[in-house]
Design a protein around this ligand. Structure first.
Ligand code: ATR
Length: 291
């Protein structure tokens, strides 16, 4: 891609960041929409985060994605934080304003759009959220916002699950979240559930990992989403599929968090379904070569 003196600069800050697929995705979006910009990876150590954000602003950098381990810490380096990001307690996208960078969380939006694309309707559904960490919190926010009938949080540490349930029930002013230990899934009496798996258990190279082994658990599911995208099918998704559930991996979430960031940075541009499908092809090809 050709850049010149007027090219706008975007990037991703993380540690490590060398394996990030965001540069590939955003440069593809730029090329397809003929946007004069370049997107690069910035390795930033935790102790250098504040200087990096200040320096990026001084350099005129237009927008930044923020990834592990900076998603919480970066919130102290911004001029403001959007409502969703504040509730989730994590920021993954910075948008330049005259006052500084404004923080957003497009992970939640990415999950929402990925579920929508798969026809995985949340409203009125009994949901099962696996995990209670940072990714689970973004998912919990989406499930509550989109009117899930109730959400069971299954987590190894029941205490952490309970804290998340309490916090979310407080935020949304309804008792929709209930925490259970991983072994207590039998207390869920509903069937036709939507399960959202947010932990790293089962991720490459530990592909044998799975949070719940019992086939009877998967009989409860109509739909199963796994935030993991390598391998393409985790054991969790394979068991859900074997039980007859519709399944989707995390690649859609990854792509749509990028699409949502792109839209925040370029409100006048729209990414077509063809461009998004093209990005999916490109990333799939890249991930296959990497495994
Ligand atoms: P992230 O931001 O990616 O969600 P995190 O905040 O560290 O990461 O959360 C990790 C989640 O994966 C937690 O729900 C964690 O369970 P605990 O709260 O009990 O620690 C879950 N997790 C990680 N490794 C696990 C394992 N081997 N077995 C079960 N759960 C695991």
């Amino acid at each position: 891609m050709m850049t010149n003196g007027t090219s706008k600069v975007f990037g991703v800050m993380g540690c490590p960041v060398g394996h990030s697929i965001s540069p590939m995705m955003h440069n593809f979006f730029a090329e397809q929409t003929e946007t004069d910009m370049i997107y690069v990876a910035f390795p930033v150590q935790p102790e250098g985060l504040r200087d990096a954000v200040r320096g990026a602003y001084a350099l005129g950098i237009q927008g930044i994605n923020v990834t592990v381990p900076h998603k919480q810490a970066v919130m102290d380096c911004l001029c403001g934080v959007d409502e969703g990001a504040r509730v989730i307690g994590a920021v993954n996208t910075l948008v330049r304003t005259e006052q500084g960078y404004q923080g957003y969380n497009t992970d939640a939006e990415g999950l929402f759009r990925a579920l929508q694309e798969e026809g995985m309707e949340i409203a009125g559904k009994t949901c099962i959220l696996l995990g209670a960490g940072g990714a689970a919190k973004a998912a919990a926010y989406v499930l509550a916002r989109e009117q899930a009938a109730c959400v069971y949080i299954l987590n190894r540490s029941e205490e952490r699950g309970r804290k998340l349930a309490q916090e979310m029930n407080g935020l949304f002013g309804r008792e929709i979240f209930q925490a259970l230990g991983l072994a207590d899934w039998g207390e869920i009496h509903e069937n036709h559930c939507l399960a959202v798996q947010t932990t790293s258990v089962g991720m490459h190279p530990n592909e044998e990992g799975i949070l719940i082994e019992a086939p009877a658990f998967y009989e409860k599911l109509d739909m199963a989403f796994d935030a993991i995208y390598t391998p393409e099918e985790t054991r969790f998704l394979a068991m859900a599929k074997a039980a007859g559930a519709k399944t989707a991996n995390g690649l859609g979430m990854l792509i749509y968090q990028g699409v949502a960031a792109y839209e925040l940075w370029h409100p006048d541009k729209k990414l077509s379904a063809e461009v998004i499908a093209g990005a999916r092809e490109l990333l799939l090809h890249h991930l296959e070569g990497r495994e």
